[in-house]
Design a protein around this ligand. Structure first.
Ligand code: ADP
Ligand code: MG
Length: 724
């Protein structure tokens, strides 16, 4: 993008992009243009004209000579000019033919507004496939179908290729939304907040041009300062991760995904497989690649206002300037909640403030310039905070006291804001029905000061800027790879199960629910990957059990082992702390009685390891994505407390470490009330080894180590399941 020309002159140094014909069309045909006011084929032309589209508009209609006073043509072949982009608003059954025509005419991009395709079942799907084939043949790119379209608010284009009703002013925020409805209201709320927009895209069925492609395009667009993304998931999550990762390094991506409450519902189940879900994965993708995710659309738009004008803070130290007490207290609470800190000011700063502020001003952080404070007092406070090395960002409460020249104050704030040294947000408290204050507000707005009408809202917006800084400076490092593993051994075990015929993508080709491996296989796999397991033997008879117990050393645990038994303790299949031969004999006798229906009943004799902290490490495979790893409190706590966290594998050490610190009861791992803490390094080691195992073997659909027993000096797995 930024390749310099050797002459150094301002030649067009941006390579033409394939999607330029979509976002920067020089001419647009509306296939299905209509003279009916209340039709999409009319509204699109009306919108283009209303928005002062700078290119040529060609309505296509078999009968009408003109539409909305613009010359119309019977077919695209009658248009004497080149056409960059076509809107298609005709019934779906004609679309394949029209796409072929577009190809022949040399049209490069097409927005299919019409519905009646993949969203309509098999017949629609067939039509979609048919036009896609034509599009591929002729090299036409398809946006949609069943979509709104795009908007490019750059005054060079003013391309309003959409049938909605919000006409944004040009700015630096670009929006991409899977749902047209959500896209439209985000655009509207930016408009209501008086935030300019750059580009907009809502691509409906997204059969060709994907969200990933649009995000890449926005990433390369110099006029886009921040991207807003709304989605409900990804068709191709891997592709999205690859491209968005690069973009997110250059500019903020603010994202929102819906369907969060399912997480809660899913967390109620005890198995990793049902604990996880596609929605969790989307969220984890955002986390992994540095996308700022929001669970509240209003907050996201409010944050966008700050992102559109302000630099990103370099740290979490905030300075507050206020001319009224209470709102500063509210703001402080929220800022702290967002992870920001209010440092005490340097002696030099205090001295300067004492010399420049009113005698009744409160000197410190917050700096209360008091209601009678005017422009010079705000200015001096701002200068001091800008010069304070330790201050990274500034929060202002500005109430329009009737006895001050509020315009002057606004100008003082703008003057400092224009230097863009540190981010500023302003909670602007006023009566907007009064002209006098509207003028003040306009000065702030025009000066690019993000203004909010609640202290919490302003503080949250600043919090988002800080969060982005945190995301950007978080270096998760490289995936941990252990050399001391026996991959061949695991390959051999899995091959033995006979159901691991997978296709070239590593996906299992056998359908069905898969199968749990026998415990012996599971423990061998764990050992091959360097995961410590409690000493064990599989036995069939009481005599064998007694022999095994002696070898392992008392006390031992006996667990029932049979295909049909998944949750052993629920079925009376676990007997712990067996201290001698009599207890082992009795436990086996009991299990034989209780579980007589399992003809394949065997027993696992295992070393009893009391006193550890029970933790869980789980895995759930994802379609088209790396497996999810879960970590949390194990044993019965999984079900009761649901204190677990997920991350997308493969994991780095930092990520594994974050898993330990981000569970609610992370303090338990440090030890409480005289109880010793656990050896965290050994827990992290297991998490990372599991991550490597499941990434090496995509055949693993589900895996649970529950519990692993964490002690002061080591961590050992005592129960494990692997589903292939
Ligand atoms: P399941 O999960 O199938 O019911 P587990 O093997 O996890 O069976 O055993 C249930 C519980 O028994 C564990 O959560 C743990 O509290 C205890 N337990 C099992 N094995 C051991 C062991 N080797 N040492 C100490 N406690 C154990
Ligand atoms: Mg268990």
């Amino acid at each position: 993008m930024n390749s310099q020309t050797s002459t150094g002159t301002m030649l067009d140094n941006t390579k033409a992009h394939e999607l330029d014909s979509l976002f920067k069309p020089r001419s647009i045909a509306i296939i299905g243009a209509s003279s009916k006011e209340l039709s999409i084929g009319n509204v699109i032309i009306k919108n283009l004209v209303h928005y002062n589209y700078t290119g040529k508009i060609y309505p296509i209609n078999l009968k009408e000579p003109e539409i909305r006073n613009i010359k119309a043509y019977p077919t695209i072949f009658d248009v004497p000019d080149e056409i960059d982009l076509a809107h298609i608003i005709i019934p779906s059954k004609f679309v394949p033919q029209i796409i072929e025509d577009c190809g022949k005419k040399g049209i490069k991009s097409v927005i299919i507004n019409s519905a009646g395709f993949s969203e309509m079942g098999e017949e629609g799907m067939a039509l979609q496939d048919a036009f896609l084939a034509k599009a591929k043949e002729y090299g036409v790119r398809i946006f949609g179908p069943n979509c709104q379209g795009i908007i490019n608010a750059d005054p060079q284009f003013n391309a309003y290729c959409d049938f909605t009703f919000t006409f944004p002013k040009p700015g630096s925020i670009s929006i991409v939304a899977l749902s047209g409805g959500v896209g439209a209201f985000i655009m509207q709320s930016l408009f209501d907040l008086d935030i300019g927009m750059r580009m907009y895209a809502s691509n409906g069925n997204a059969c060709d041009i994907s969200i990933s492609e649009v995000v890449t395009y926005y990433g390369e667009d110099e006029g886009t300062k921040a991207i807003i993304l709304y989605t409900e998931g990804f068709r191709n999550p891997r592709e999205f991760m690859d491209v968005a990762q690069k973009v997110a390094k250059q500019k903020p991506i603010l994202a929102m995904k819906s369907g969060r409450t399912e997480e809660g519902a899913k967390a109620a189940a005890s198995h990793t497989g049902s604990l996880a879900g596609v929605d969790i994965a989307t969220e984890l993708i955002f986390e992994k690649i540095g996308i700022l995710s929001f669970d509240n659309e209003e907050e996201m738009c409010q944050a966008a206002m700050a992102f559109s004008t302000q630099p990103i803070p370099r740290g979490n130290k905030v300075g507050i300037i206020t001319n009224t007490g209470g709102p500063a207290v509210i703001a402080t609470d929220e800022l702290i909640r967002c992870g920001l800190q209010l440092p005490t000011l340097s002696a030099r700063a205090i001295q300067t403030l004492k010399e420049t502020q009113l005698p009744e001003a409160s000197i410190g952080n917050p700096i209360d310039v008091v209601a009678t404070g005017g422009a010079i007092h705000f200015k001096s406070a701002l200068d001091v905070l800008m010069d304070e090395e330790q201050i990274d960002c500034i929060y202002i409460n500005f109430v329009t006291a009737p006895f001050t020249d509020t315009d002057e104050v606004a100008r003082a704030i703008v003057a400092v804001n224009n230097m863009k040294r540190k981010p500023i947000v302003c909670n602007f408290m006023t009566n907007m029905s009064m002209e006098r204050y509207q003028a003040t507000a306009k000065i702030l707005k025009d000066g690019g000061v993000p203004c909010y009408s609640f202290p919490t809202t302003a503080a949250k917006a600043l919090g988002s800027l800080y969060k982005f800084h945190k995301i950007q400076s978080r270096n998760i490092g490289e995936t941990k790879i252990f050399p001391d593993i026996d991959r061949a051994k695991v390959e051999e075990i899995i091959a033995r199960t006979g159901i691991n015929k997978h296709d070239t993508n590593g996906n299992l080709s056998s359908s069905g629910d898969g199968a749990f491996l026998p415990s012996a296989d599971v423990y061998e796999i764990l050992a091959a990957y360097g995961i410590a397991v409690a000493d064990w033997r599989i036995v069939s008879t009481t005599d064998e059990a007694l022999k095994a117990a002696v070898e392992i050393g008392f006390p031992v645990v006996i667990k029932a082992e049979a295909k049909a038994i998944v949750h052993k303790s629920d079925m009376g299949g676990v007997a712990i702390n067996l201290k001698n031969e009599e207890e082992v004999t009795a436990a086996i006798g009991k299990m034989k009685l209780k579980l007589s229906s399992s003809t394949d009943l065997q027993f696992l004799v295992q070393k009893f390891l009391p006193g550890g902290r029970e933790l869980i490490v789980g895995v759930a495979a994802q379609p088209d994505l790396e497996p999810l790893i879960m970590f949390g409190l194990g044993g019965v706590f999984v079900e009761v407390l649901k204190d677990v966290v997920f991350k997308l594998s493969p994991l780095t050490e930092l990520e594994a470490n974050e898993m330990l610190t981000s569970i609610k009861s992370s303090k338990l791992l440090d030890g409480v009330r005289g109880q010793k803490g656990v050896n965290k390094a050994s827990v992290i080691d297991i998490i990372l080894r599991v991550s490597q195992l499941v990434n090496d073997f995509p055949q693993i659909q589900e895996m649970d180590l529950n519990p692993i027993m964490a002690f002061e000096d080591r961590t050992i797995a005592v129960d494990a399941r692997i589903k292939i």
